[in-house]
Design a protein around this ligand. Structure first.
Ligand code: ATP
Ligand code: MG
Length: 416
């Protein structure tokens, strides 16, 4: 037990007191203790207690059974929920994934023992202070990710922890302790047993962290080959390019995933491959679509001229184009050149929207119906004519009048 003061939110203090009044132990635990010691604002506050889930439900009025089998009950304080989990010992693991059994215990240290890393295995309340039996605070000071107990055993129990080690090292800019690192290298293939959804969550946290280039470790430790298809290679000059691009890209999930998947930039099937990788990791449709289109659009050539920018927006897509500019900007920042050109393109982009230039077939001054009324037959040719009309309007927005476009449409029908 050590003297260390953490400012607990009043809700957390109240929940802990309430459990203590009922003769139970309760502590804030895990990520919130780690982040508080680091001076960071915790995302959420988890509570660990000697009370059984049934007892927790009796003590608090409003609760939700979040993971009752694993001992977790969410206590609602107004709109905010706090996960209260009974001290537990995880039984043997099946398939390197799930504990076969979970046993509840009244001993806090047993609960801390099941946790992955020393920095995540500290508990705190106002009465007892900091409980840090695995020297998590020392490791926080040293900047080290170290398994609780014997690393090999911990990774054999749950292979996801290997990826979590890399994720925390990226979020906190920490080194992975030697034995922990060696164990990851030894057991990397066990990652193939872990569900893609769990892998996705950790990779996402890694990529939107302060040190996304640490994704390198995923490959260096041999985890990458169990996550990605063999065509996604971490090799050659693309390593430095990808790391540089990741470092300069804003902390946005679509942009960071695109920056990472630009590892595929030299491959002709990059868009489809990016799509396959993201689908394989069970991403939502929005992310799959945006990221793969961005990766596909990387080679699109445009210059800082109005018509070129209009064509870029029209062909790449109104939603994708500004993201592509963001990525290009990050790449310029990394390469240390081309920034003026990007700024100029952005300026032109803004002017195009301010003026309301026509960018789609929908906003042409003629419709398919108008063309039909003027004797052009519906069908494939009509589609081609509309595309060509749009092209001409993108070249010169003044052409977007009914008069010009009808005349041009009729001419085009004769020559196309
Ligand atoms: P974050 O800030 O990303 O939420 P966190 O440390 O709170 O980080 P969670 O995944 O929310 O991470 O897990 C909460 C706590 O549960 C961890 O701090 C750790 O003590 C424990 N934990 C989570 N996943 C595992 C695991 N796979 N093996 C062992 N302990 C785990
Ligand atoms: Mg958490």
């Amino acid at each position: 037990m050590e003297s260390w003061k953490i400012q607990l939110p009043s809700d957390v203090v109240w929940i802990i007191h309430k459990l203590q009044e009922n003769g139970k132990e309760a502590f804030a635990v895990g990520g919130c203790v780690r982040d508080s010691i680091l001076g960071k604002k915790p995302k959420d506050w988890d509570i660990t207690t000697s009370a059984s889930p049934e007892e927790v439900k009796k003590i608090f009025k409003k609760t939700v059974d979040t993971g009752i089998l694993h001992g977790t009950v969410t206590v609602m304080m107004g709109k905010i929920g706090y996960e209260v989990t009974t001290y537990r010992i995880d039984g043997e693991y099946e398939d390197n994934r799930h504990p076969k059994t979970v046993t509840f215990t009244e001993n806090l240290v047993e609960d801390l023992k099941r946790r992955d890393f020393t920095i995540n295995a500290m508990a705190y309340n106002e009465k007892v202070g900091l409980v840090d039996v695995f020297k998590g605070r020392d490791d926080l000071e040293k900047g080290v990710i170290r398994c609780v107990g014997i690393a090999k055993e911990r990774f054999e129990e749950d292979a996801l922890r290997m990826l979590r080690a890399v994720r925390f090292s990226a979020q906190l800019n920490f080194e992975i302790e030697e034995k922990t690192k060696d164990a990851i290298k030894e057991f990397s293939s066990n990652l193939s047993f872990v569900s893609k959804e769990r892998i996705q969550t950790e990779l996402m946290k890694l990529l939107v962290s302060d040190n996304p280039e640490k994704i390198e470790k995923v490959f260096c430790y041999g985890l990458g080959e169990w996550i990605f298809p063999s065509y996604l290679r971490w090799e050659g000059e693309l390593i430095e390019k990808t790391k540089g691009l990741l470092r300069e890209t804003q902390k946005d999930s679509v942009l960071r995933w695109s920056a990472f998947l630009l590892l595929l930039r030299n491959r002709s099937g990059k868009q489809e491959e990016a799509e396959e990788i993201l689908k394989g990791l069970k991403f939502d449709n929005y992310t799959v679509k945006f990221v793969s289109k961005l990766v596909g659009a990387w080679d699109y050539d445009y210059v800082a001229e109005e018509k070129s920018v209009r064509k870029g927006i029209a062909w790449i897509g109104e939603e994708i184009f500004p993201l592509l500019l963001e990525l290009k900007r990050a790449n310029c920042a990394f390469e240390g050149k081309g920034m003026e050109e990007i700024d100029r393109v952005l300026e032109i982009y803004q002017q195009i929207y301010d003026r309301g230039d026509c960018l789609t077939i929908k906003s042409l001054a003629v419709t398919g119906k108008d063309l039909i009324a003027n004797g052009i037959k519906p069908g494939e040719l009509m589609g081609q004519i509309l595309n060509q009309l749009l092209n001409e309007v993108l070249e010169e927005p003044k052409r977007n009048t009914k008069e010009y476009l009808l005349k041009r449409g009729i001419e085009l029908e004769k020559v196309m």
